[in-house]
Write a protein that binds this ligand. Structure first.
Ligand SMILES: [Fe+2]
Length: 194
């Protein structure tokens, strides 16, 4: 297995913009993500911090006269099966939070019991929309939306990544051409094998 030494230690916080701080706080507490801190912002807005685990926080801001939501540009369209998941360059497409694979089914059942629409995908599986992951599934995901339609994912990594097969596809440039570039982890394995 390839190893890497990352410079950073994961996410401190991801800051999103919501329309109704109360609805947002209540939604996340229903899901099981508690509020840790609320700050007042100049101009009447607020800035929240919610516990994502391992020191990472989900965060929201409200602004007086915030520009309207722009689905398909700043955030995903509500119906991705019909309209696709495409968003603008430099937009926030979706946020995925790690959950233990042993608790995936229990968390899914709780979300549905709370009335939240959730869709699941077993990525890499021959039956990606099946109930259970198989040996080919590298990540098991459930997708849902917050009260403003921001796309979230709860995901369970099923195995370690960074294998030769994981790093195999040649990276493309903006013209769609495959570039002759070897990722660091592959260079390290090839160097170690020499
Ligand atoms: Fe994702």
């Amino acid at each position: 297995m390839l190893t890497s030494t990352a410079l950073t230690r994961g996410i401190s916080h991801v800051a999103l913009v919501c329309s109704d701080m109360y609805e947002t706080v209540k939604f996340w507490e229903d899901v099981g993500i508690p509020l840790l801190k609320m700050e007042e912002l100049p101009g009447g807005g607020q800035h929240s911090f919610h516990d994502m685990g391992n020191g990472a926080m989900l965060s929201y801001m409200t602004f007086e006269d915030a520009p309207a939501a722009a689905p398909g540009v700043a955030s995903q369209n509500l119906d991705v099966r019909k309209d696709g998941a495409k968003t603008a360059i430099a937009s926030m497409n979706h946020i995925a939070l790690d959950i233990p694979k042993e608790r995936f089914d229990e968390i899914l059942a709780n979300m549905r019991a709370k009335g939240i629409t959730v869709r699941t995908i077993n990525h890499g599986s021959d039956e990606p929309y099946g109930d259970k992951p198989d040996d080919k599934t590298w990540i098991r995901s459930m997708y849902f939306r917050d009260p403003d339609g921001i796309a979230f994912e709860f995901a369970s990594l099923m195995r370690k990544l960074g294998t030769e097969a994981d790093l195999g596809p040649r990276v493309k440039n903006a013209k769609g051409e495959r570039v002759d570039y070897t990722p660091v982890l592959l260079r390290q394995t090839r160097h170690a094998a020499e």
